[in-house]
Design a binder for this molecule. Structure first.
Ligand SMILES: C[S@@+](CC[C@H](N)C(=O)[O-])C[C@H]1O[C@@H](n2cnc3c(N)ncnc32)[C@H](O)[C@@H]1O
Length: 291
């Protein structure tokens, strides 16, 4: 078999993915090709021909994606901020909207000029948020909590890679973020809490990539999707120092619900609802009031 034009392979792959119901067929076809060929997606046009062995490997990847296996499970990698994060079976794939929590956290730290601050990432999954903060702010002490041992193994692996690459090591803890006895040593000492907890209301209809591959405990949180957020609220109050900030991602149906939970608690001020890039309610921020 001779070399083939890459643009023909991309066109065929795009059609295959479209027929399989993949939401962004061209983007996925390009991302998989870029990953396989080791070039940036924007430079694919500079690769006119593809070798037969590469074409074979590309078709295998496209077959997997057509079965609605998440793109990041196929490549084994995603990113958060400026760091690469390895993902695979057993761990939630970080989503682009969570970059907003990272940006908010970094801006909060910057605005406060807190050097040597403490940041706590609740429900860390692959460790994405915690590791992105540690990379961007080497002066910050980052703690992260995860309940699921399979997810925690991915977080440990990513944390090891990042510390080997020179980032400040993070502290990973196995635990339930709703446990009132969790991390007593952090009481009143955390400058920023960031959390992307499970928040989908039970019974919600999901794409196959999510329903069949993301771990259920990473997704669902009771009838309204608020069980974990409500359960961890007393801990947020316990861990945050006065004036410390928090950012919680939530289901697009729950902006007002999360804001109300924090308001009811009475320990938080500046409670603000934020939209994501699609204009949907996506995260709430607040500040710990004085007692
Ligand atoms: C939506 S995923 C988010 C993972 C990561 N923060 C991210 O943005 O990619 C939620 C994570 O919370 C974990 N989790 C669920 N309930 C928990 C609990 N009560 N305590 C600690 N972790 C929990 C899940 O195992 C999952 O890894």
């Amino acid at each position: 078999m001779s070399r083939q034009p890459l643009r023909d392979a991309l066109a065929a792959a795009t059609e295959r993915l479209r027929a399989a119901g993949v939401g962004s067929p061209r983007a996925d076809a390009e991302q998989l090709a870029a990953h396989l060929l080791g070039v940036a997606r924007t430079r694919l046009a500079l690769v006119p021909l593809i070798e037969p062995a590469m074409l074979e490997a590309y078709r295998t990847m496209i077959d997997q994606r057509a079965k609605r296996i998440p793109l990041q499970y196929i490549t084994g990698i995603t990113s958060m901020g400026s760091v690469d994060i390895e993902v695979g079976p057993g761990v939630f794939v970080p989503r682009p909207e969570t970059e907003l929590l990272l940006a908010w956290t970094l801006a909060f730290l910057e605005a406060r000029s807190v050097h040597g601050a403490t940041v706590l990432d609740l429900c860390t999954g692959s460790g994405a948020l915690a590791l992105a903060v540690a990379h961007a702010r080497p002066d910050v002490g980052v703690h992260a909590v995860e309940l699921d041992p399979r997810a925690l193994a991915w977080a440990r692996r990513n944390a090891d890679h990042r510390s080997q690459a020179g980032d400040t090591p993070i502290t990973l803890t196995t635990g339930n973020v709703c446990d009132p006895g969790l991390l007593p040593e952090l009481a009143r000492s955390v400058d920023v809490i960031v959390a992307n907890p499970p928040y989908i209301p039970a019974g919600a209809e999901l794409e196959p990539e999510v329903a069949e591959y993301d771990p259920p405990q990473a997704l669902f949180a009771g009838a309204e999707g608020l069980d974990v957020i409500a359960g961890m609220a007393p801990n947020l109050r316990r861990w945050l120092r006065v004036d410390g900030g928090l950012a919680i991602e939530h289901d697009d149906s729950n902006g007002a619900g999360v804001a109300a939970l924090l308001a009811e608690d009475g320990a938080f001020v500046d409670i603000t609802e934020h939209l994501d890039l699609a204009g949907k309610p996506r995260y709430v921020t607040a500040r710990r009031a004085a007692d």
